[in-house]
Write a protein that binds this ligand. Structure first.
Ligand code: ADP
Length: 439
């Protein structure tokens, strides 16, 4: 039964108690003694109620409170009410947790919940099949103590989880798993893993196919190119009827040859995961070479090309980085109408990273194409691109090179005004010290 606490009622009860005691005291001729005894009785009664409460809270097995009296009944009822509310909430939370666990058990992926120390807080059953984590035996174990692949350890230490990580399965040989880390509360993280063996096999088949076809095409093309060059050395050819067809054949064979070369370059890039041999790439020296090459490429267009280069190098694969730099500059030259302005920048950022950018005053790219131009063979204007000798593989190569150096191509473009292609090299790959540059 619920009692409402009332100061009035309490006041009146005390007053009545005092009056009765006073009356009895007067009758007996010792009012002070009776009042004192009455107050002592009141204190003892309160202690008794306190004892009842404490016994109920700590020792009793009963859920309902003992029968108290006066204001104490109100306190007992209040505690009982709170307990019932908590119980209801606990049941609701329990149901929610059960539903969440059942949901994660039904997922086709392994799910591991980790705390900020990367210790396992919970995992579903698939975590055993896919990751070899046993539950509840591995409860509280650090994930990087159980999954000891170096790639995984450096991935989790870097704490950059935009891209998933693919590693060989720790449970099954020849299988691959894809790992994603998803922070979901301030101090808990989800590790989601799935089996991607089939996908990886298909991807490998596609890569092998492209690499093999490109390789097989290169030999006949080299032979054709060689003979065409030999025939071209004959001075009578220009005047004869075969002069024009010979030039066309030479141009087309060169295009095919460079296409095959680019496909092979892409295959080589795809075959490696991250750049492992992180040598120092002397970027300022590469920029000097790039400036000379771009002036040669610029002879028809007569753009104004300006280089702004900071004394700053990076670690990585020099050949790959040069191909990324030169692809971006060559595109700016090709896709900017004659007499344009091109700015190439290699600059230190205040936070220790370095940024490469190429800004042109060219045609620009419509937003619907921007998302797709790094796809293989994707060209905005096929005919135009073909005229420039473009294959649609250049930006694809750039994208791969950058992902090998933990960077990403950023494209800002306004149709008719121009574009900026840029990327940022992470701090740990940037080299500022001159003595290191001379390594
Ligand atoms: P391509 O060999 O055809 O140049 P890329 O992969 O280098 O292939 O580029 C893909 C497409 O992106 C190009 O066909 C072109 O339409 C567009 N593109 C690339 N760079 C620029 C740029 N600086 N300005 C405008 N369009 C560009």
């Amino acid at each position: 039964m619920m009692h409402n606490f009332s100061w009035w009622r309490l006041g009146w009860t005390l007053l009545a108690y005092g009056l009765v005691l006073g009356g009895v005291g007067l009758l007996l001729g010792a009012p002070l003694l009776v009042l004192l005894l009455g107050a002592l009785g009141l204190v003892l009664w309160h202690y008794w109620q306190l004892h009842l409460l404490s016994r109920w809270l700590w020792d009793g097995r009963q859920f309902t409170p003992p029968r108290g009296s006066g204001a104490w009944q109100h306190a007992f009822d209040g505690i009982y009410f709170l307990q019932r509310k908590n119980l209801k909430r606990r049941k609701e939370l329990g149901r929610l947790l059960k539903r969440f666990r059942e949901g994660t058990e039904a997922l086709p992926d392994a799910v591991v919940v980790m705390n900020e120390e990367r210790e396992i807080v919970w995992c579903n059953k698939l975590a055993t099949n896919i990751l070899g984590i046993r539950w509840p035996e591995d409860n509280g174990q650090r994930v990087d103590n159980l999954l000891r692949r170096p790639e995984f350890i450096s991935y989790i230490k870097r704490e950059q989880y935009q891209e998933p990580l693919i590693i060989p399965s720790p449970v099954q040989s020849m299988a691959s798993i894809e790992l994603r880390v998803i922070p979901y509360t301030a101090n808990e993280t989800l590790l989601v893993a799935r089996d991607v063996t089939r996908l990886q096999q298909l991807e490998q088949m596609r890569r092998d196919f492209v690499a093999n076809v490109s390789h097989e095409l290169r030999t006949p093309l080299t032979v054709l190119r060689g003979y065409l060059e030999m025939i071209g050395e004959d001075p009578r050819l220009e005047q004869g009827p075969w002069g024009k067809p010979h030039k066309m054949m030479t141009d087309q064979v060169s295009r095919m040859y460079s296409l095959v070369e680019q496909l092979l370059a892409l295959s080589r890039l795809e075959a490696k995961s991250e750049v492992d041999n992180l040598k120092v790439v002397p970027v300022p020296a590469l920029m000097t070479k790039l400036e000379a090459d771009s002036q040669a490429l610029n002879s028809h267009k007569q753009h104004q090309i300006r280089f702004h280069v900071d004394e700053l190098s990076m670690r990585g694969d020099g050949e790959q980085m040069m191909s990324a730099f030169s692809n971006l500059v060559a595109n700016a030259i090709h896709y900017t109408p004659a007499g344009g302005q091109i700015d190439v920048r290699w600059q230190a950022l205040p936070d220790g990273r370095a940024r490469f950018s190429v800004t042109d005053t060219g045609d620009g790219i419509a937003p619907e194409h921007v998302l797709r131009i790094t796809e293989r063979f994707y060209r905005v204007d096929k005919a135009r691109s073909r005229n420039t000798g473009g294959s649609g593989l250049g930006l694809s190569i750039v994208k791969h090179v950058l992902s090998r150096h933990r960077s990403r191509l950023d494209i800002e473009s306004t149709l008719g005004k121009g574009s900026t292609f840029s990327f940022v090299i992470p701090k740990d790959l940037v080299v500022r010290n001159k003595s290191v540059i001379n390594e």
